[in-house]
Write a protein that binds this ligand. Structure first.
Ligand code: GTP
Ligand code: NAG
Ligand code: NAG
Ligand code: MG
Length: 388
């Protein structure tokens, strides 16, 4: 309590109002002090942070450039990926795997496809990840190669989508997934950017390349006259392709000249062609011959299937379509199992063992390789192939 002397010389205590005012002033001072302290600490912190960033920046090397190598004989081939802007993180993940495990020594070009334009940020990030000097193209798919065609009966297609949703079929309700499957089945190889190439390697976002690839798979394709290369094979969901095999049988009857006499029918059917085994190569990894897809036999095959409407009335995938196409229209020995390429997509991986595992510095367990699973079809193919 504060006392003071009044005009009469009497000692009086400060009136309540004045004490309140002092207290208020004190509070105000405190607030001002706190604000000042906060400001000071922020400024200091900002300054320190700037120092740290400046230091880190000064330590950061200039952006990575694609290393210059002694000229390797490159094949007539490209890497390609279909993806969406939203896939950026997964795209970078896969690109780095392919670059580190293989392409840093070969510098094959990359082509990215999208049904809508890629964002600037997407292009910048991917280009930076590849390094200066990389050959990269961002391509737009023309709408007529992507959209559901007008002659599809949308009422019928919609009813089928609703039924598939009710039946819990994966991607059963999605139109864009169907567009993607149809594009991958019959259009990508006709895109103008691929006309100049013979072979392609398909990559998807968020996959793993588990081993070093110390040779050029494209050279294997060319030298051994291979049509189609894969790493994983499995059984298709029957509910996505109920009438696909009927269409295939009809095609074979109408166009016997396109069916290869030495085909892999025994992989596709275990009933002498009567029913489909559901075996297919997983197309998210694919190294194949574009000229085969563009050839007379497969072109006729795709047109025939397309006009059945099964890409929309059912949910035919590009995997069974490619697999049946290659299995029926090409020689069985022109299908190549890339045993030494360790690869994972979602929850299945192919992992080589023994010397191949060691030579590839593989980051996977051969024991859990999908090849040993009862859901793998790979042994079925190897069982019918020669040693070529
Ligand atoms: N641009 C574009 N790309 C798509 C679209 N739908 C799928 N894709 C791409 O097509 C490829 C296959 O699509 P996914 O959704 O991975 O289909 P999936 O591999 O059958 O299924 P998951 O097991 O879920 O991976 C991927 O490279 C996708 O990025 C689309 O609508 N637009
Ligand atoms: C690459 O392959 C395509 C398709 O077969 C062909 O048209 C083109 O001439 C080839 N280019 C070279 C350089 O051989
Ligand atoms: C390569 O394979 C195709 C069929 O896939 C065949 O027509 C052609 O004769 C083969 N070429 C050689 C050189 O073996
Ligand atoms: Mg995928």
């Amino acid at each position: 309590m504060v006392e003071y002397v009044n005009l009469d010389g009497a000692r009086v205590t400060a009136p309540l109002r004045s004490r309140k005012a002092r207290r208020r002033a004190l509070c105000l001072l405190l607030v001002v002090l706190t604000a000042f302290a906060t400001l000071l600490s922020n400024v200091t912190w900002f300054y320190l942070k700037k120092q740290v960033y400046d230091y880190l920046l000064s330590q950061t090397p200039t952006p990575r450039t694609a290393p210059v190598h002694p000229p390797v004989q490159r094949e007539n081939a490209t890497l390609l990926m279909l993806c969406r802007n939203e896939d950026l993180a997964g795209v970078l993940y896969s690109v780095q795997q392919v670059e580190d495990r293989f392409n840093r020594n070969y510098h094959y070009p990359w082509i990215f496809f999208n049904d809508v334009p890629f964002h600037e940020q997407f292009k910048t990030r991917v280009t930076e990840a590849l390094g200066k000097g990389a050959d990269v193209t961002f391509a737009l798919i023309p709408p007529e190669m992507w959209n559901q065609p007008d002659w599809i009966d949308e009422k019928k297609a919609k009813a089928s989508r609703q039924k598939m949703v009710a039946d819990d079929v994966p991607y059963g309700g999605s139109v864009s997934y169907r567009n993607m499957c149809r594009f991958n089945s019959g259009f990508f190889y006709r895109h103008e950017l691929l006309q100049d190439y013979r072979y392609y390697w398909r990559v998807e976002p968020e996959v793993d390349y588990l081993c070093d690839i110390n040779y050029d798979p494209f050279t294997v394709m060319r030298e051994k006259n291979k049509t189609y290369g894969f790493t994983l094979s499995l059984y298709e969901h029957k509910s996505t392709v109920p009438t696909l095999w009927d269409a295939v049988k009809e095609f074979s009857k109408l166009y016997p000249q396109h069916v290869h006499p030495d085909n892999a029918m025994k992989f596709l059917s275990w009933t002498g062609g009567h029913t489909y085994s559901l075996c297919h190569f997983w197309t998210n990894f694919e190294i194949a011959d574009l000229d085969f897809w563009r050839g007379e036999a497969y072109s006729a095959f795709f047109e025939f299937l397309d006009h059945k409407g099964g890409f929309y009335y059912e949910r035919w995938g590009d995997a069974p379509v490619h697999s049946i196409g290659a299995g029926l229209l090409a020689p069985k020995d022109s299908i190549h199992f890339f045993y030494d390429i360790g690869y994972r997509h979602t929850n299945a991986h192919h992992c080589p063992s023994g010397n191949v595992w060691a030579a590839g510095r593989c980051a996977c367990d051969p024991k859990t390789s999908f090849d040993h699973s009862s859901y793998s079809c790979t042994d079925r193919l190897l069982g019918i192939q020669g040693n070529g």
